[in-house]
Design a protein around this ligand. Structure first.
Ligand code: ATP
Ligand code: MG
Length: 616
């Protein structure tokens, strides 16, 4: 391709809404342009990279035995009603009506459509297993589209779905896809980790996210410094040291706050002090003394959850503990009804006695008044809360807290569980190593669905005994645009993108310095032809521009191999070769150019091939 003919509008500055480097560089390098929030045009340079990612994904999926199909983007609501998701998917689902007022949605994911496709055709176990995939545009009306292609509303996803007659076969395919994903992301040249992920209501160990390590990632990963344990912090288990805690396995224990003596419960005034920092600062103590009490609303009712002040509550863990479909931090009205106080002053002491006129042991009855009957309200606590002696909690009253709160003496807990978010320095739940927290970008997700969709949508087959059974399903997604963006997050410098060879839009960037010089252009044209004939993607900057401008654009666009044709080197029958990821250039003879370039590319491709890792 000749630069002068290419639709490649590079920019000196990025627009102000570009917050992360991949977004800025994709705009500046003329890859994408915004049409609306989270909706982009892919310009030729951007689309070339997208196609490179797609092709790697396609090759590896085909090799793994999956078959490519194409499903519609516009999906009739009836299918989503059958699965039950029409009513619960929420606002991310863009719903539309046709001219007959029939409801449709733009597909955010295609479990329903693929299940419909397969249930109509497959009758017997002999036709299973199947793994069907597509690479297609998805639409999700994300609440905060941002970071360019990283979190778009319209984006390209590879989504695969597998169907099986037995659990064992579904697990075999899960491993097959896990290995395939490892190969895909290795071939893309990414530094990544497969981590255990939240499975929601389905449970089991069968969900892994593929995380590209990057400080700008929206996800946090806990990873052991000794063993292979790695998990999304939404999922990561915690383990504690010490001894004598109820509800903990006997080999796991935690230390209390020394031999501190229990002191009498006391209510103190804490005007306007709501956060852990405000309260602990005001009362001149540490966050470790606070029993942070959070009120949650869920389909299983209102619950209270306690976590030590220096930790964060993990909503996914609480949701799993309750086996709830949904769970939200309670709104102000629910908090008031439940605790009789504005949010920020909730506490477990006397919480269950609200509205019964009962007092708190050791305190006059009038200190609690009104409110609803909470006798059925359950109080859950993270294991660590048990370490607190003479703790501090809200007093269920505006501008007041209790001090010297002690569990069992002042209130009881219904159940202890691992309810907190894993933190840097926590002990590994699998070995004696220590967890470190990293930021990551989720580029892929493999998931065992089980029979959730096949049961709801009646996708059955006849087994060997002639009995009708629901198919066992798995699903496997990769964000194509997000993968390209993640690659830029890992491969750039202050001048621009540094494409790894497998994703590079072109292999070679040819720069004739002076396009008005005939000998220069003769050599440039001949190298250009030879490389193209060798099957390479070549961009030749034939613009009549200053060398500085051409070099800046070359650094910005980030093509791996740069060949500069200047009059000085030409005198020695040479051209200058510089790799985008290296500081120095070298001279090579014109006759050797094709051979050398092909060597470099072949080597770069070899680096991208690995043997798949097994599941930890
Ligand atoms: P996230 O937690 O980032 O919203 P998700 O769990 O909703 O992701 P999946 O439903 O598993 O994502 O989709 C499969 C893949 O599609 C993800 O691993 C990700 O790479 C990609 N993806 C999801 N949402 C977006 C988006 N808004 N923009 C770009 N890619 C996306
Ligand atoms: Mg999402």
């Amino acid at each position: 391709m000749k630069f002068s003919r290419m639709f490649l509008p590079t920019l000196k500055e990025a627009p102000s809404d570009a917050e992360i480097v991949s977004h800025m560089l994709m705009i500046r390098a003329g890859m994408i342009r915004k049409i609306a929030a989270g909706i982009y045009n892919y310009l030729p340079m951007g689309l070339k990279v997208i196609k490179k990612v797609e092709n790697i994904v396609r090759e590896e999926m085909n090799k793994a035995g999956a078959q490519e199909v194409s499903m519609p983007i516009v999906v009739p609501s009836e299918l989503w009603q059958e699965s039950g998701r029409w009513d619960i998917y929420g606002k991310e689902l863009l719903r539309i009506k046709d001219r007959h007022q029939r409801n449709f949605c733009l597909g955010p994911t295609h479990e329903e459509v693929v299940t419909e496709m397969v249930r109509k055709e497959v009758r017997s176990y002999k036709e299973l297993p199947l793994n069907i995939y597509q690479i297609q545009t998805k639409f999700r009306d994300e609440i905060r589209p941002r970071f360019g292609l990283m979190r778009g509303r319209e984006f390209i996803m590879k989504d695969a779905y597998s169907f099986h007659a037995t659990e064992e076969d579904a697990e075999r395919e899960y491993q097959n896809m896990y290995d395939t994903y490892c190969r895909i992301f290795e071939r893309c040249g990414l530094k990544f980790r497969a981590v255990e992920a939240e499975t929601g209501a389905i449970g089991g160990r069968f969900s892994h996210e593929f995380m590209v390590l990057a400080d700008t990632g929206e996800d946090s990963i806990a990873s052991c410094n000794k063993c292979s344990y790695a998990a999304n912090v939404e999922r990561a288990e915690t383990k504690m040291q010490g001894s004598g805690v109820r509800g903990l396995p006997s080999n796991v224990s935690i230390g209390g706050q020394g031999s501190e003596k229990e002191r009498p419960l006391e209510k103190v005034s804490t005007p306007g002090m709501k956060t852990v920092e405000e309260v602990s600062g005001f009362l001149k103590t540490t966050p470790q003394k606070l029993m942070k009490t959070l009120i949650y609303n869920s389909d299983k009712g209102v619950v209270a959850a306690l976590v030590r002040g220096d930790y964060e509550l993990n909503e996914s863990k609480l949701k799993r503990l309750l086996d709830a479909q949904w769970l939200n931090l309670a709104d102000e009205e629910t908090v008031r009804k439940t605790t009789n106080a504005p949010s920020g002053f909730a506490g477990p002491v006397g919480l269950k006695d609200r509205g019964q006129g009962a007092g708190v042991r050791g305190l006059p009855p009038q200190s609690l008044s009104g409110g609803q009957n909470n006798t059925n309200l359950k109080i859950f606590a993270d294991y660590n809360v048990q370490t607190i002696v003479n703790g501090i909690t809200g007093a269920n009253e505006a501008d007041a807290h209790f001090i010297n709160v002690n569990i069992d003496r002042d209130f009881t807990i219904d159940s202890y569980a691992d309810l907190r978010i894993a933190a840097d320095g926590d002990l590994c739940p699998r070995c004696d190593g220590v967890l470190k927290i990293f930021r990551g970008i989720e580029v892929g997700h493999v998931f065992k669905l089980g029979t959730k969709y096949s049961e709801a949508m009646d996708a059955t087959f006849l087994n060997e005994k002639g009995q009708g059974k629901p198919m066992i399903m798995g699903c496997y997604g990769i964000g194509i645009g997000r993968t390209a963006a993640a690659s830029i997050e890992q491969n750039h410098d202050e001048k621009g993108i540094i494409w790894p060879m497998p994703l590079a839009p072109f292999h070679v960037h040819l720069i004739p310095v002076n396009v008005k010089d005939k000998p220069t252009m003769d050599v440039a044209e001949s190298i250009y032809k030879n490389l193209m004939n060798a099957g390479l993607d070549v961009l030749m900057d034939d613009r009549d521009e200053r060398a500085g401008i051409k070099f800046n654009d070359a650094d910005l666009i980030g093509i791996p191999i740069r060949l500069t044709i200047g009059s000085k080197a030409l005198k020695e029958n040479s051209v200058e070769l510089k790799m985008r990821n290296a500081a120095d250039a070298s001279l090579i003879k014109i006759d050797d150019v094709s051979k050398k370039v092909l060597e470099i590319i072949e080597q770069a491709d070899r680096v991208g091939v690995i043997t798949a890792t097994r599941l930890p």
